[in-house]
Design a protein around this ligand. Structure first.
Ligand code: C2E
Ligand code: CA
Ligand code: CA
Ligand code: CA
Length: 277
């Protein structure tokens, strides 16, 4: 048993080492990822649940790492926040997503919206608003057709965040609370913050199944609608969920049922040909 214990320890040790090495490699790689064109955006359609039409998309970041292959944003965004690289990466994401969407708008989809994920650290930069504003002007992009997705973690700086949300609203840019219902302060957010949209977290959508209890989802939708917010469901994977959501007046949704996040040229096909289902 003793020898075994030692082996386990060695295994544990080398596994820890491997993880640490990977983290260090990611930290270093981040700095060059932008210059080396290793980052790209995928687009997931946002669908009107009643008509089944695409009304916009969410841009989702991908990193094709020279050594590790495709790395999930869940892994590298938190590291980019630690190192501060999120600032440059975030600027790139916003600019690339808006440029791309502007192209689609000009192709004959003038009201197509785009949603961009913004991390708390990025949102709290002093010059955030000014940078977006100049960026949009440069490409002639209407602020009304841009939505920023933020999470409840911005609540750590409630005063600054409220000011930022107010300024964004004044420019016409829309804001959404992402992963709604998973944080500590969901109700407080609804009451206090000038936001436009709540995105119900996938965990609540997963509850929607035949003979399942999905009273929570209905409650969230009703609260949102009563406060005149747009309500979006994320992570819709089957027909039943889509029907229940539509019946309960949740107007918009995203999920694998409609499409996974896809590359720009594939999204363009979806726009032109419509969704398969
Ligand atoms: P999120 O914003 O909550 O995005 C939803 C995630 O769920 C995405 O994962 C998406 O691909 C996935 N998803 C969509 N529909 C379904 C479905 O029907 N079933 C399942 N199982 N999953 C679905 P992804 O692309 O790996 O992104 C993970 C997270 O990384 C995002 O979560 C977001 O928090 C963050 N992220 C992605 N891109 C960016 C970015 O440009 N900037 C920042 N700051 N964060 C980003
Ligand atoms: Ca999101
Ligand atoms: Ca989400
Ligand atoms: Ca999420």
């Amino acid at each position: 048993a003793k020898a075994n214990g030692k082996n386990n320890f060695q295994f544990f040790n080398s596994e820890l080492n491997r993880q640490l090495e990977r983290k260090v490699a990611i930290e270093h790689g981040l700095r060059k990822a932008l210059e080396e064109n290793e980052l790209s955006l995928y687009y997931q359609p946002k669908v009107d649940l009643h008509s089944g039409r695409i009304i916009g998309s969410e841009a989702l970041l991908r990193w094709n790492h020279p050594e590790f292959g495709l790395i999930s944003p869940n892994e590298f965004i938190p590291i980019a926040e630690e190192t501060g690289d999120i600032a440059a990466i975030g600027d790139w994401v916003l600019q690339t997503a808006c440029k791309q969407n502007r192209k689609w708008q000009k192709m004959g989809f003038p009201f197509l919206t785009i949603a961009v994920n913004v991390s708390a650290r990025q949102f709290q930069q002093q010059d955030f608003l000014k940078k977006i504003h100049t960026g949009l002007q440069e490409i002639g992009y209407s602020p009304k057709l841009l939505e920023l997705e933020i999470t409840e973690s911005i609540m750590q700086n409630i005063k600054e965040s409220t000011e930022m949300l107010k300024s964004l609203k004044a420019t016409g840019i829309k804001t959404a609370i992402d992963d709604f219902g998973t944080g500590y302060s969901s109700l407080f957010i609804l009451k206090e913050l000038p936001i436009d949209t709540i995105k119900i977290d996938k965990a609540f959508i997963d509850d929607i199944k035949e003979a399942g209890d999905y009273s929570m989802v209905r409650t969230i939708i009703n609260m949102g609608l009563n406060l005149n917010l747009e309500v979006v469901a994320e992570g819709i994977e089957d027909e039943f969920q889509a029907e229940v959501l539509a019946k309960n007046q949740c107007n918009y949704g995203q999920g694998y049922l409609y499409s996974k996040p896809v590359q720009a040229h594939e999204f363009e096909q979806l726009l032109i040909e419509g969704l398969k289902k």
